[in-house]
Design a protein around this ligand. Structure first.
Ligand SMILES: *Cc1c(COP(=O)(O)O)cnc(C)c1O
Length: 463
């Protein structure tokens, strides 16, 4: 029998994993991504309410099963809701008839990563307490993930967190959100290099014998199943707030946010469709629109958190679109890794397009959308939200309402916004609260040796 609380890999390894295994491992041993064996049905209890905790409990309990006590999920949801400054957690705001934004930035670091990361922090602690283990988490960040992870993991007894960010290439607000923590279990490494260098280092470190010998290692990037699951509830909440099915437009980088919406639909949430809005880094849009998935170097954009040309969660979409054919999924992604390009056949393309459509918004349009939102709705939006609105405004509303996901508070990206509007956005309260607390970080060269020696000094010390 297949159940939602047991996990398999998109590349075929069927050795069983429960929710805690998927959470603490991050990636499956065969290099694939974890997926539940079956999609659970969204209960009536989940759909009849706008109470975020009740929705979260109904959505997530079937994925957790017996792996963690129910009290751990309740505590995680209480902690999450308590850190958001709106009683709905993710309030829906109407811009004009038929066009809405879903505000996902009302949490402790003012970007949507908080929604999943706050849950992952609490649930990881619960899983480690149950097993008596400790865990070192390594993560590379272009800004938002690191900030959310630091906030979620600071002070957790059983977790050590190492965040690698590219030196001088995250915004000052993002850096301070990471480096002003006073918690001793967090190490911030500023790497001389770019985001890809950080990602390459994390990959090498996760596989490094010396570190593995020191204890359990994992990552909290968006391929972690628990992060994906933690993003499903807000689609359910948005639909309940609206009282009807919507088309969701999702500003997309690694495709985790958008895939969570597709997961909600698989579980029975009525939805009219999903549209991935990407910036000038348009590998996903080209794959879905032309049938050729080809890697190109990522170019820096105003919507930096979406500067991705090989979206990691695309593998989950392909797995679903092939009817969960792990052999085909593995062949496609091995060919992509080897050749940098794969072509989809007509059948696969049809089934991809049945799940999602995709559009690219260039840099000039992104800036125009920031200006348009201010002029038309008196609303200051971040560049990621602007990309989503650029697509959302072109969609036909006669079939039902359009919901654009708003993924960050504009003050996190004040430089771009003030360039366009001529004034600095009012800082989010959580950003104001950072004040001028002292920062702690180590600047390192982008080599495995440099990272390793900093991490060894950190993990070797008693916490
Ligand atoms: C991470 C991020 C995105 C992209 O989300 P994915 O799940 O990677 O597609 C969009 N906007 C902001 C502000 C982000 O931090």
């Amino acid at each position: 029998m297949t159940t939602a609380d047991q996990y398999l890999s998109t590349r075929g390894d069927a050795s069983s994993a429960d929710f805690s295994d998927a959470l603490l491992r991050g990636i499956a041993p065969d290099g694939g991504l974890y997926m539940p064996q079956a999609w659970p049905c969204l209960s009536e209890a989940a759909q009849g309410t706008t109470d975020y905790r009740a929705i979260g409990r109904a959505v997530l309990a079937p994925f957790i099963g017996g792996a963690l006590p129910a009290s751990a999920l309740d505590a995680a949801l209480d902690h999450l809701a308590g850190g958001f400054d709106d009683p709905l957690v993710t309030p829906l705001v109407e811009l004009e008839p038929g066009l809405f934004v879903l505000e996902l930035f009302r949490g402790p670091t003012a970007a949507f990563k908080d929604l999943a990361m706050q849950l992952v922090g609490s649930l990881t602690d619960a899983a480690l307490t149950a097993s008596g283990e400790r865990l070192t988490i390594l993560t590379a960040t272009s800004g938002d993930t690191g900030a959310a992870a630091v906030n979620a993991c600071a002070g957790k007894d059983r977790v050590r967190l190492v965040v690698l960010h590219p030196l001088d290439r995250v915004s000052p607000v993002q850096r301070r959100q990471m480096t002003t923590t006073q918690a001793d279990n967090v190490l911030n490494l500023a790497v001389r290099g770019d985001f890809d260098d950080c990602q390459r280092l994390v990959k090498a470190l996760l596989a490094h014998e010396d570190l593995r010998a020191q204890g359990r290692l994992s990552s909290v990037n968006s391929i972690n199943w628990a992060r994906l699951a933690g993003q499903i509830p807000y689609y359910v909440s948005a639909t309940a707030q609206l009282g009807q099915a919507a088309t969701f437009v999702v500003p997309t980088g690694n495709f985790g946010d958008a895939f969570a919406g597709i997961a909600a639909q698989r579980m029975g949430l009525p939805a009219n469709g999903f549209v991935a809005a990407v910036n000038q880094n348009d590998a996903l849009a080209r794959a879905i629109n032309n049938g050729v998935y080809a890697r190109k170097p990522a170019r820096e954009s105003a919507s930096v958190s979406m500067d991705v040309q090989a979206p990691s969660n695309f593998e989950r979409l392909i797995f679903e679109a092939t009817g969960r054919d792990a052999d085909r999924t593995r062949d496609l992604f091995e060919a992509f890794a080897r050749d940098g390009e794969v072509t989809f056949d007509a059948g696969l393309l049809r089934s991809l397009r049945a799940q999602v459509s995709a559009h690219s918004i260039d840099e000039a349009r992104t800036r125009e959308e920031i200006a348009y939102a201010w002029k038309t709705w008196n609303r200051v939006v971040c560049p990621h939200t602007a990309v989503a609105l650029g697509v959302a405004r072109t969609l036909d509303r006669s079939a039902g309402p359009i919901v654009a996901l708003s993924t960050a508070h504009p003050s996190k990206f004040g430089d771009v916004v003030s360039e366009v509007l001529g004034f600095e956005p009012e800082p989010a309260p959580v950003i104001k609260a950072l004040g001028d607390r002292p920062e702690r970080l180590s600047v390192i060269d982008g080599t495995v040796e440099a990272a390793l020696s900093s991490i060894k000094a950190f993990t070797g010390s008693p916490t």
